[in-house]
Unconditional design. Structure first.
Length: 317
């Protein structure tokens, strides 16, 4: 297994593809910034990305595909998406589209949301890597949370703990700022993040108008997955009418619907299971969902952050 900065030879790209297939992460260049990639169909691989970036909360990750045709296996490609793709893809625009019911994407990847950020990179190395993979890549920018995005392999090595990471060197990124994100999942296209492509450029090509107050701040814009049932945290007991989301050894007299985030008490495994299990319990006939205490360390901080948001949202019902 190759680690550290490697050149984008066929052999190295094949080796990187093998590492990704085994559930490991690889850093690769795109035309905007370097991405920290992992198998978007694999919950555990996606959980590794969150802990590697030290993200304080589970923000959704965009997903790189080789083409829009391949993405259409997982999301609904509507007219707006086809139009935007005609002018800008492959390239530095990310589209938010609705997830298909049979999509194989990790729920952790979209932080439980029904929309997926689709990115089709226009970089020969990114495309060569994707061509070797039978799955798309969850790929945020390859920096620690709160730091600026890296635009060279050396930047990545500076910004992250990279001893165990393979970084494919594609030189300096041509564009150097992140992709523009357009939400095409609602009635009107909305620019969610301004980036490499300007608002006017998109308006001119696609004929859309974006209103001035169309730029929600990231914090406000970001919706969180809100379950339909009431969520109770730090539970040390539960009514039989409730569902139980356990962690470690579940307490006795467990409920009819019990799922365990990690019987072994492994926080990475718990993160990987979090959104899929909440969704599953949310579909049962239980009254509420009791969640056992989760240690507030490492990726456990992100799990607790998201559980608190889900509990706060459910308290509004
Ligand atoms: O240029 C880019 O977009 C780079 C390269 C590596 O592709 N990627 C990048 O990823 O900037 P990241 O994770 O650092 O920023 C993506 C942004 C995040 O702020 C995330 O919250 C938002 O996109 N995002 C992704 N999926 C979303 C979704 N389903 N709903 C709302 N926001 C989403
Ligand atoms: Mg970023």
């Amino acid at each position: 297994m190759r680690q550290g900065i490697v050149q984008p030879t066929t052999e190295n790209i094949k080796s990187a593809a093998e590492q990704l297939a085994e559930g490991n992460m690889v850093v690769f260049p795109t035309e905007t910034v370097y991405g920290l990639g992992g198998n978007a169909y694999n919950d555990t691989a996606v959980a590794k990305i969150f802990s590697c970036k030290n993200r304080p909360e589970f923000n959704p990750l965009s997903v790189c595909y080789a083409s829009l045709e391949l993405a259409s296996a997982d999301v609904f490609v509507n007219e707006e998406a086809s139009l935007l793709a005609k002018y800008f893809l492959p390239g530095p625009v990310t589209m938010l589209l609705k997830r298909k019911p049979d999509a194989r994407l990790s729920w952790l990847c979209s932080a439980g949301l029904e929309t997926i950020g689709i990115r089709i990179p226009d970089h020969p190395v990114a495309q060569a890597l994707l061509a070797h993979l039978p799955f798309p890549l969850a790929a945020p920018s390859a920096n620690q949370s709160g730091k600026i995005s890296p635009t060279s392999a050396a930047d990545v090595a500076d910004a992250m703990e990279t001893e165990s990471l393979c970084i494919i060197d594609g030189g300096s990124c041509k564009i150097g700022i992140e992709s523009t994100i357009v939400d095409l999942s609602g009635a009107n296209p909305i620019i969610v993040r301004l980036g490499a492509v300007g608002k006017n450029e998109i308006s001119a090509k696609c004929g859309w108008s974006f209103s001035e107050n169309n730029f929600p701040t990231p914090a406000k814009q970001l919706k969180h997955y809100a379950p339909g049932k009431k969520i109770m945290l730090d539970c040390r007991s539960a009514d039989t009418s409730d569902a139980l989301l356990a962690f470690g050894t579940p307490f006795p007299n467990s409920c009819a619907h019990t799922l365990n985030l990690s019987a072994a008490g492994d926080l990475h495994e718990a993160a990987a299971n979090l959104f899929a299990m909440i969704r599953q319990l949310d579909k049962t006939d239980a009254l509420g969902i009791c969640v056992m205490p989760i240690p507030n360390t490492g990726i456990g901080v992100s799990i607790n952050d998201r559980l608190q948001k889900a509990a706060a949202a459910s308290a509004l019902f």
